[in-house]
Design a protein. Sequence first.
Length: 491
Amino acid sequence: MNIDYQDVMRTIKQHLWGPVGSVLFHILLLIGLVSFSVGTQTQKAPEVAVTVMETKADTLDKIEEVVKKEVEQVITPPDQVVVDQPNVATVSTMDVPSDTVGSGAGNSEGAGIGSGDPSLAAGFEMAVSKSPLVMKGLYAQRTAGGRKGALSAFGGSGRGEECVLRALRWLKAKQDEDGSWSKADPTSAPAMAGLALLCFLAHGETPGSVEFGATVEKAMKYLVGKQNSAGAFSANSYEHGICTYAVTEAFGLTKIMALKESMDKGIQVIIDGQQAIGGYDYFYKKGPRWDLSVSGWQFQAMKAAKMAGCSNEKLEETVVKSIDFLRKYAHQPTQGYGYSGDDVGSSSSSTPSMTGAGTLCLQLLGRPESVEVRSGLKWLNDHPMNLEWTTGGKNAVYAWYYITQAKFQKGGADWKDWNPRFSTLLIKNQIIEGKLGHWEGGDWGKDVYTTAMCCLMLEVYYRYLPTFKHSEATADAPPAAKTDDVVVEVK
């Protein structure tokens, strides 16, 4: 049998050329695509322009529902936190700010704070949600873009924000290993930790933050470790109110379940400590005397609990009683708010700090257009504070803290007048140490207290939306005869 090998080779080439050519073509194409992809990834990332837009309420609700479902899927509640019954020690004295002296302040009685376990080895897991925007409305501005937009919208400045960052870095540098600031300011360790933590939270910082995450986590662990089995951070109602405010706001931003337990216990202490008329006194006494300075921190903690979704069935009733107290007892008709009084209607003279506190708390608890709020703002305008910083002396940062927030919540001419004056004062008087900065010479405590209060003031632009932005004004009415007649609307 004769075989023509040349014909065979031609046939093989004809049949193989198509498949082989196809394979070679695809190999070359793949090499080209890989080269293009790698080259693209090494290029400089394009700059992204962020535009802050006002979102409609119904859209925010839908976004919140989606985010909530996603968060619930990724957060696994940790084991229950077990905190041993604390030892009893002496409570550090909480002196009253300078313009409230002479009203029975500076008590030293009562049991001490819990020793607790700062490490909280028994189950404190940092189950951080993917974004602090799990909360709608009042917390929605605590992001980089939200802060930038709020500063622009409400009259903030780049210099002021630089002061805030320097203050946060100073607080970070001064934090003790156990999460407190006891060495820098031993006046009241739990209260100082609460105020410092509020500064970081106001800036949108959580345990997941790159620069301040470790600082925030240690502060949270320290505070929860100080809480005793009954829920008290301290027998001192000042300290307990501030600490509850801080852990409650922390839960609202992070959804860490150990913080929820801490919030629930702390809020229960505040609910149980409320007087029949709705106010509070030192060490949660139930006598006839009330104290608005003490009450203010309890009211701010209640506001944070409402925002965090606290499910305590008695919280709403407690808020209603608080509003009734602020309108019927703490407020002086056609004037401002006094520091202390009794349950039959007598009250000390109006002061700037307490008028700011009473006005702000009514705004935050849902009555921004009430007669008492308008009267308080008018009194502050008729009795303007001296905005000058005294080096080596005591400066009224406590009063400025409340007045700044009350005027911001109101907006308009009140805020336009106050904003440039208070912010310039604080910016000019920060003590700068490279990238760090702090303030000295407050009216109570030491540098941690003064720095925290000044930092919170300069964060006012994005801490909470002003009331004229986030809620409809409630129709004004005389103070209710019965507590259940007051309508509360906190969004």
